[in-house]
Structure formats: C-alpha cells, structure tokens
Design a protein. Structure first.
Ligand SMILES: NC(=O)c1ccc[n+]([C@@H]2O[C@H](COP(=O)([O-])OP(=O)(O)OC[C@H]3O[C@@H](n4cnc5c(N)ncnc54)[C@H](OP(=O)(O)O)[C@@H]3O)[C@@H](O)[C@H]2O)c1
Length: 318
C-alpha cells in the first residue's frame, strides 16, 4: 500500500480508502458478516482510511463499520474514519446531536474527519452557523478535522471564512473517468490549498469494472435509476471500458484497477474511496496502487473521456 498525509494534518492515510455506503440497504441487504469480511481484508491489505455517513442506512453503515473494526482488534488510533452530517441537520442544534449519534454508532470518542454531507437545500440553514457548529466540535476534541462534501468552491471559500482556527482539510466529490466535473474547479482548488480530495463513485458504481455488458443490468439497488446506466449514456461508458481493457492487458490489470490508477495519476490530492461488497473486490481495488500506467496510456484514457458528457436527464427526456 502507498500512504500520504490527509490534507495538512499529521494523519497518515492509505492511497485508496474504502467507502462503506455498501453496508446499507441502498446496495442490497447489509449484513454484519459481509461488512466484517470486507473490512478485515481491507485492513490486511493496508487500507486504513474508511468513509461512512449517518445517512448510509441511518446509522447501519457506521455501526457495521465500528463493529467490524472492533472485531478486527483495531481501535480508533489505527485507522482514519470520515463520517458526515446530512444537509438536513446542518444547524447548531442538530450538528452536535448528529455527531454524538455517529460516535455511538461507530463506538468511538472522536471523529477523524467530519464532513457536511451536502449543502442544506431545503431549510436555508446559514453556512456560518454550521461552520461554527462544526468548528466548535474540533475545539472540544470530538472531531479531529473538517471536510465538505458536494460543496462547490464558492461555498467552500465561504465556509472557510467563518472558521477561526480550524480549516477544511478534505473535499469529497463525485469523480471518476466518465464523470470529470470535479477537475474544473474542486480538484485544482484542493491541490492549491493542500486539501485531500475523497473521490466518490470512483468506479462509477461498478460501470467501469466491465462486468456489466450493455443491456444486462436490471439493478434492484441504488443503481436502478442511475444515469450512468441509462442505455444512451452506457453506450459511451462501454467504449471507455474497452480502452480500460486494452490498457489493462499491457499491465495484467483489470479495468477497475486501471480506472482507479488513472485517478491516482491525475492528481496527487485525489484519494479514491471505492465501495466493495466482497473481500475479492477489495483485493482487486488494492491492486490499483503500487504501480502506474505510462503517460501515453494515461493520455489515451484522458482523450477518450475529456469531451464525453453523460446526460443526467436521459431518463426523463429521451
Ligand atoms: N459524499 C457523497 O455524496 C457520496 C455519494 C456516494 C458515495 N459516497 C462514498 O463513496 C463510496 C463509493 O462510491 P459508490 O458507492 O457510489 O460506488 P463505487 O465505489 O463507484 O462502486 C462500488 C460498487 O462497484 C462494485 N465493485 C466494487 N469493487 C469491485 C471490483 N473489484 N470488481 C467488480 N465490481 C466491484 C460493487 O457493486 P456490485 O458488485 O454490485 O457491482 C460496489 O458496490 C461510497 O461507499 C461512499 O462511502 C459518497
């Protein structure tokens, strides 16, 4: 495994993390056994950076992650965990209550990285209020550092302006080879300010693995309506999978490993946080690090996707 510093902190994190939304009903029926196997294999292979959120199964993911870590004999100091306060709870009353609940779920005394999960859209909570509420948890030792998820740069700047001593160390964004919007503003901003970018959906919810040939995906999970899998979009995604396969053959790597390796090469700030359901998937994900494709192969993938746009309204308008 490769390691790097999280933002400007002294926390040492693995070059890829593990997302644990998969330990919730959004992705099927979560089980303690599945979570334990996935987490234990991830730890064996050197992953020490885990992402969860209160909304993932309303605490189920946090609970299963906490139990799996305890079962593996790991305590909070051996790993770095990010969790999130949902946009609906971003006010001075709900932020501390939400974090207290997350800590109980995880069985920990302190959250390593606390992120605002998404900007509050429905209640008009002022950004100043949740910035101050989150920072006061840092001051009280309940949280080590702060992050923002799915916040545009303008809101990141504004949030930072209300902090006294703490700063934003992590930005969490959707970022994968076929959804590259983060490259325009968020990734350069994070690089400039030495923040870590947690890339979510780094394998486009499994689309970049190449295991779903066009026309064969009748999902009964969160992917059932995902625009990536809409036939019109998926045609384009599948063309990219073909390039991933070609590149992978040169290095004896799977498409999923090439897709993640491409992200690692694209920015030193980016730490992908793919989710996994089995220990075999974890093994494959870890095979994305400790090697790099050539610049010309990186470029071939860059050129295959730079002008590619998925249509997010496809289900409604086509
Ligand atoms: N901040 C946010 O708003 C936000 C939003 C979404 C996600 N996240 C975080 O990001 C994490 C990952 O993103 P994501 O859940 O959207 O999906 P993802 O990581 O892009 O894809 C995960 C899915 O791909 C498949 N897969 C994983 N490894 C594989 C392998 N080696 N070979 C073949 N298939 C493999 C699995 O599903 P199948 O086996 O069923 O195909 C798995 O559930 C989440 O767990 C969560 O922590 C954050």
């Amino acid at each position: 495994m490769e390691y790097l510093r999280l933002g400007r902190t002294n926390l040492r994190i693995s070059r890829i993390g593990l997302g644990t939304w998969q330990f919730s009903d959004a992705w099927g029926t979560p089980s303690k056994e599945m979570a334990s196997k996935v987490v234990s294999r991830a730890l064996d292979l050197g992953i020490n950076f885990f992402d969860t959120a209160m909304v993932y199964g309303m605490g189920t993911s946090e609970r299963l992650l906490g139990e799996a870590l305890r079962e593996a004999g790991v305590d909070g100091d051996d790993v770095v965990i990010s969790t999130k306060v949902p946009g609906e709870f971003l006010n001075k009353l709900d932020v501390p209550a939400s974090v207290e609940k997350s800590l109980r779920n995880l069985g920990l005394d302190c959250v390593d990285v606390l992120l605002a999960h998404w900007p509050p859209c429905w209640h008009n909570f002022p950004l100043k209020e949740y910035a101050r509420a989150m920072e006061s948890l840092v001051n009280m030792g309940k949280v080590r550092c702060l992050g923002l998820s799915d916040h545009p740069v303008e809101l990141v700047e504004s949030f930072r302006s209300y902090l006294s001593k703490a700063d934003v160390e992590v930005l969490q964004v959707r970022y994968n080879l076929v959804e590259r919007w983060a490259e325009a503003e968020l990734v350069p901003y994070a690089e400039k300010h030495c923040m870590t970018v947690q890339a979510w959906s780094p394998i486009a919810k499994g689309a970049l693995t190449g295991k779903y040939p066009p026309g064969h995906h009748l999902f009964e999970d969160v992917r059932s309506n995902d625009p990536v899998f809409h036939p019109e979009n998926y045609k384009k995604v599948w063309d990219v999978v073909k390039v991933l396969k070609e590149v992978g053959e040169k290095y004896n790597k799977k498409p999923v490993q090439v897709a993640l390796n491409w992200l690692l090469m694209s920015s030193p700030a980016v730490v992908p946080i793919p989710g996994a359901k089995t220990s075999k998937q974890v093994e494959d994900l870890v095979g994305a690090v400790e090697w790099r494709m050539s610049y010309s192969d990186w470029l071939a993938l860059h050129e295959a996707t730079i002008n590619m746009h998925l249509m997010y309204s496809a289900r409604y308008v086509l």
